[in-house]
Design a protein around this ligand. Sequence first.
Ligand SMILES: [Fe+2]
Ligand SMILES: [Fe+2]
Length: 395
Amino acid sequence: MSTASRVETLRPLPPTGMNDEQVARYESQFKEHTNRWAEILQRNADRMRKGEYSLHWMKTDQAAWGRRAKPSSRGLTYTDINNVPGYGDIPERVTFLSFAPRGAVREPYADEMPVVDDYTLVDRGESWADNVVTLYEEAKARQWNATRDIPWSELERLPEDLEKATCQLCTFLTEVEFVAGDFPAKWLYKIPQDFLEVKSFIVTQMMDEARHQEVFRKRAIAGGGLLHASPGFEWALKAINDAPTHTMGTFLLNLLGEGLVLSMFRSGEMIAKTHVDKEIFRRCLQDEARHVSYGVLELKNYLDNAPDRPAALEEMHRFADVGEQVILTSFTEAALVEPMAILLGGGLDKIDQGMEGQAHLWKMSVEEYLQRCERAGFDRRDRCTIPLDSPWGQG
Ligand SMILES: [Fe+2]
Ligand SMILES: [Fe+2]
């Protein structure tokens, strides 16, 4: 076959349409602003052509230059650098919607900067929490590796009922862990640079949740396999993901949902049937405690800074009325309640005793939830729609 005839047989790739449109939109957007960034290019090119240097970036009259940060006993923390004048003022409302770092010389350039339209969480009340810096430090210090830090090779074979119950519980946890990563991810890019401490902490939560999903998936597959997904959980996850505001979703995920999971992990000693499982729960417990802690103080910060506190409280109550019911639905699913009862009781034949144990756990979990709400200044005691006694009535 000659080259010419081979070329003739070639056909163009089928048009996909979608990327084409997106690229066209991107092109036109940047061409629309061409005069703004092309001026910068022109200016730079002119100077370089003349063989001149600018060196404007060495001027420090508008910078907080020269006051050197000193490490504390833990090393050099965000608190240590925030103590240096010029860097630690966290604005109540962010006006700088660019990528420029807080404390850099950025005002003179404001007019030439593009605006990051995605930065919509501009109020400190919508994402800040007073413990966020400490939690970030703790999160970094306590990272662990689900491949290496769990003694997988020592995993013992369990009787079938206990193994299935463990694997079903792990299937549930695998199903829910990713929303705990997806939700913060959904809001992360909406938080402006000036709240860099919040962004940093949220990234650690995403890493934690990726690892939790990983460790429970691995535990299930190392023990027998993944078992059943469950529609009740899915509605709770959707309710979290679709929350209308960051604070509402954080309340539902971190304070309520992860709060209940935290109470569950606290009983890890009783639920875990092998020392490998105990180690998994112990490590996840530490991570979850941080997420819950952020959730409580984030809500407190939101309410404390709300311009109209009664209205903000009423909105949160309306949201919680729905949220609690949706979370309740998932925590009554047989695919969660029954394996928990088998593990707490110690076998399928002791599932009834396990249900009694779980009723105690339920009471304790709901009580802890109400206490967390109180700590945030959100009194749900008279309005809570989750029954204090378990729906199956024992305990
Ligand atoms: Fe988690
Ligand atoms: Fe979490």
